[in-house]
Design a protein around this ligand. Sequence first.
Ligand code: NAD
Length: 260
Amino acid sequence: MLNDKVALITGSTSGIGLGIAHELANQGCKIMLNGFGDPLEIDAIREAIETKYSVEVQFLGADLGHSVEATELIEETEAAFGRIDILVNNAGIQHVSPIEAFPIEKWEDIININLSAAFYTIRAALPKMREKGWGRIINVASAHGKVASVNKAAYVAAKHGIVGLTKVVGLETAQENITCNAICPGWVKTPLVEKQIDTIAEREGISVDEASRKLLGDKQPSMRFVSPEEIGAMAVYLCSEVASNVTGTAISIDGGWTAQ
Ligand code: NAD
């Protein structure tokens, strides 16, 4: 159990981040949600987690594309709960395009949100974890943190970058009661991937189900999507005491994608 630990999960209004928020709340963590969305829907998400697990849940809408907001998110989480024990850098976006047509602003957005934001939040959160003598940092990278695919220049660069950042933070905290690890999922059926499935279906004139099978068949030998709950369970393990010597790693949960 992680009773009364305070966990900030960026990008937790949807998909993987929301799955991680549920699993950490189930362990007794107080939760700070973050991300975009309709305010009423976000409040319903917040209340549902609070009621289901009897833990305090709050929300901050910081835009992680901006360094100041990313840093303030840490300060405001500490102000709200008095501490920050677990930081999950999960917020991310995707854009798919050949490099010569890749819009410069998309490159900048992806590098800012998927990579630089984690640097800003870790930089601000580490001193607070050191003060309390305990901390867990989890960066949600991707199979694309280990291998590449065509047309994903910014995403693959950012995800390889966050795996490198994870190693550095793991080394810099190795003798403290703080760990930093990356989780590297394969395909997870979230809005980020559903958009890519719809594009395949449209481009090839096939159904969404056929497009899903094609997406999996190209990369993921298990032929099954990873679930947000499975990733949440891995986050719980990384936060547990038995994982105190697991640091600086990039752990795959990808149905065999990167074994090929
Ligand atoms: P998603 O689109 O369901 O969720 C993304 C979350 O990030 C949302 O809560 C969104 O509001 C938030 N977000 C986006 N831009 C933001 C910003 N500027 N500031 C704050 N929050 C912002 O996507 P997902 O698939 O759950 O992705 C979550 C993470 O998992 C991403 O880092 C993604 O790269 C990674 N990932 C996803 C898959 C997959 O197959 N879905 C695979 C590997 C890794």
